[in-house]
Design a protein around this ligand. Sequence first.
Ligand code: ADP
Ligand code: MG
Length: 175
Amino acid sequence: MKHSGNPVKPSEAHALSGLSKADWTRGVPDEDSVAILAARFARLIKAPMVLFLQGDLGAGKTTFARAFIHALGFKGYVKSPSYGLLESYPVSGKTILHLDLYRIEDPEELDYLALRDLYDEKSVLMVEWPRKGVDHLPAPDLELEFGEDTETRFISSFAKSIVGFEFNREVLQDF
Ligand code: ADP
Ligand code: MG
C-alpha cells in the first residue's frame, strides 16, 4: 500500500528516535473540548495520513472521528462504522475513511474491504481497534489514545512517522 511516511527507511531511523518529542496529552472534559481539538486537526491535516484510534469501548474514539469529519465540512450524519466496518466521506478535497474493527474476528476479513484500492493520496484513514487488523493495515502516522483518569477524559497523540511528528508539532504550536 502506498504511503508517504512508511515503511521507515533506515536513513529515517535517527529522525524517528526523536518523534516522541512532539507527543502530547490534552484533557477533554466534555464534547465541546473534543470538537475544538477535532477542528484543529481538520485545519492542519494533510492527506494522505493514517490515524490509529485506541482506547476502551466508550472512550470517545467515534466522538472524535465524528467531530473531525464535521469540522472538515461534512454536513450529514456520521455513524459509527461498527456494523459496516467502513464508512467513507468525501469532504474538502479529501476522502476520510473511517474504519472500526471491533467486530472482526480475523484480520483477513479486512482484505474484503479493498482498502488497498480505496486508500490513496487523498485519504485520511482513521481506524478504531487497529490491533484487530494487524498486518492488514497501512502503518500509522499517529496513534491517538483515548482514556480517562480520576480527573477527566483525555486524548494523547503519539507520532509514529515523520509526517505524524510534523503534524503533532503543529498541533502543539496551536495550543
Ligand atoms: P468509542 O467510539 O471509543 O467506543 P464513543 O465515541 O462512542 O466511544 O463515546 C461513548 C460515549 O461517550 C458517547 O455517549 C459520547 O457522547 C461520550 N463522550 C465521548 N467523548 C466524551 C468527552 N470527551 N466528554 C464527555 N463525553 C464524551
Ligand atoms: Mg466507536
